[in-house]
Design a protein around this ligand. Sequence first.
Ligand code: SF4
Length: 181
Amino acid sequence: MKIRLATVWLGGCAGCHMSFLDLDEFLLDLAGVVDLVYSPVVDVKHYPENVDLCLIEGAVCNEDNLEILHQVRARTKVLVSFGDCAVTGNVPAMRNQFGLGNAENVLQRAYIESAQNNPAVPKADGIVPQLLANVRPVHELVHVEYFLPGCPPPAARIKALVAQLLAGAVPQPEAADLKFG
Ligand code: SF4
């Protein structure tokens, strides 16, 4: 049976996913042993149940990120914090220094003070998600099994993880020989 693989894009620039695509022809080998059940690169709208392994890119920046993160955790056996934004907050977390616990300072600066025309903070319920007070790395909110740092993680390092799948099993956290990053 194929391993059910997902990749998720939270608050990141998609560079980590670009690095994943840098696996090039190795992706063809991967296609033989996994079902890619959810990802920005496939047209699936809802995160499915019973996912074996998920790479999650990006920091947790807004209410939508938080909601999907909890859904991903509940439906995934092995979760990998994928890239520096997921691991540390990285670039998205730079806004924290402009007012920890308060996203309003950033919104005011970006949309009111810096606006040349029509200053207004964008608000549209159900369309524009509310910013969280602070940007946070994934592991501060849910348990993760592995950290795969890098901005982005090099394809070779991603391949080291994927190779475990090609070996025939989803890596288990207690396996001492599994070190990614
Ligand atoms: S870790 Fe770097 S490449 Fe990955 S989403 Fe963040 S900024 Fe982009």
